[in-house]
Design a protein around this ligand. Sequence first.
Ligand code: TRP
Ligand code: ZN
Ligand code: CA
Length: 433
Amino acid sequence: MKLSATTGIAAAAALAVAGLLAPASAQAAPAATAAAPDIPVANVKAHLTQLQSIATANGGNRAHGRTGYKASIDYVKAKLDAAGFTTALQQFTYNGAIGYNLVADWPGGDPNTVLMTGAHLDSVTTGAGINDNGSGSAAVLETALAVSRAQLQPTKHLRFGWWGAEELGLVGSTHYVNTLPAAERSKLTGYINADMIASPNPGYFVYDDDPELEKVFKDWFAGIGVPTEIETEGDGRSDHAPFKNAGIPVGGLFTGAGRLKTTAQAQKWGGTAGQAFDRCYHSSCDTTANVDDTALDRNSDALAHAVWTIGTAAPVPPGDVYENLNDVAVPDKGPAVTSTVTVSGRTGNAPATLKVGVDIKHTWRGDLVVDLVAPDGTAYRLKNSSSRDSADNVIATYTVDASTEAANGDWKLRVQDVASQDTGYIDSWRLTF
Ligand code: TRP
Ligand code: ZN
Ligand code: CA
């Protein structure tokens, strides 16, 4: 275990010695976070009209493997290409049919710090999928087009994604995350998901995941006087799940699916109590008539606000790194093992955004349960075991709210392999304060 030499303080001192740091008074003020534009809801609705026409012309749906899906991808891609994005189609095969993800990069920003925003573009076979998920797809598209109109020069690199085959089990987004090289995955500092954001009897739900993303959304809604609730209608039921499983901070917005709006919710948001947020969820009536314009407008603006706020924020200075580089074998379907990092010489508590960098080599990561154990023994779950988590290695950086823990002491990474056959070892891990 060692304290890495490249701490923030040490790095700054090195620059100062080299004469690269100007005195504070002569330094340019850090660029203020740029304010997002108001996204014109008419533009978002125009995309929905096009997606509806595509469905109507292709047997009534935009489902995986059907002509309406490819036509939807072509529509979105053409808009992005014309606006100056670098686009790429990613192909995969599922159920004997070719599926597509579309990834669009806005040139510029720090290539090592990527903020991604995405939505699934496929519908179920029973309908056009205009709320689910034309709404999220159109809002993400219009946010990207607004970035181009503003010729935004963000601090982070901005990437946008449209996923295939979500309705068949998050297939496209899982494929994207699993095929992204580990080095590229570690550059993703956040993923924002938009799935169903214009439900006709809307609620205003914010994902309760990464604290920073959650706060950006909550603050924006508070600013327009709209109360929000935490999203609880199925955590992990959309494309943020594979990102979250890979240790990438996630957030997102949702206006409700088949669940019924309560009386209390109708009082604060309007609409009809005792009725589903979306009575046309996964049905043939999920058309352009199945959209609440106000919800679509607010959520589109909220998405743009998050992309601008996080995408143009001043870069975070490097923290102090404490790491353990020694290998620890993880026995197959055996007891938990630990690797220790000792933190000393700090004052007060650990940060609310303690970064836990994990590098575990393993032939089937679904076998592994991974916890961070604080000096007082409190365990923070980083990753659960799951038979669906079918990839190798756990190479990820998790963010833990450790603000109630004393910083100093012995921190442990605890890893247990709970299923037989596949094995591996802790290669290294680190805490960044
Ligand atoms: N596409 C999702 C699905 O069909 C819709 C959904 C349900 C959802 N619950 C959610 C999306 C919670 C985001 C969050 O399962
Ligand atoms: Zn959906
Ligand atoms: Ca095993």
